[in-house]
Design a protein around this ligand. Structure first.
Ligand SMILES: [Zn+2]
Length: 144
């Protein structure tokens, strides 16, 4: 069993509506997601994936389709956000506001990412860890 990790980054706005300090204000982060996959090295001679757990290029494609296309240059807000909920309904065709059923903290977002990725890989691979950086010094891990 080996573990491989692929990371992707995106820019996204959010806010934590009930936060006691400045995080209640709309602001943005350069998010970084690290996806670790555990599995056996493919030994089938002559195949494209020989010697790999999974092709990094294929991991990138899945991350792009499942996560990046939704979140990059978006504003993530809770469906119950009293400001951005109505704004999304009114201007959703012009603004990329991604309404989610949770407060968009790093902890919730990393779990949301897991839900979007858990069935995206072949069964011989296991997501061993997802790490989401909200800043270079702050991150949340989800270990299934
Ligand atoms: Zn923030």
């Amino acid at each position: 069993m080996l573990e491989i990790t692929k990371s992707v980054e995106w820019d996204m706005g959010h806010r934590v509506p009930n936060h006691k300090h400045h995080c209640r204000n709309p602001h943005g982060h350069r998010y970084r997601l690290e996806l670790s996959l555990a599995g056996d090295v493919i030994t089938t001679r002559g195949t494209s994936e020989e010697g790999m757990v999974y092709d990094f290029g294929d991991v990138k494609k899945i991350l792009t389709k499942s996560i990046l296309e939704l979140v990059d240059h978006a504003f993530m807000a809770s469906e119950e956000d009293p400001v951005f909920g109505p704004l999304a309904k009114q201007h959703g065709d012009r603004l990329k506001i991604l309404l989610v059923p949770f407060v968009p903290t790093a902890e919730h977002i990393v779990y949301w990412c897991f839900q979007r990725l858990k069935d995206a890989f072949p069964p011989h691979l296991k997501i061993s860890r997802l790490r989401l950086y909200e800043t270079p010094t702050s991150w949340a891990d989800f270990i299934p």
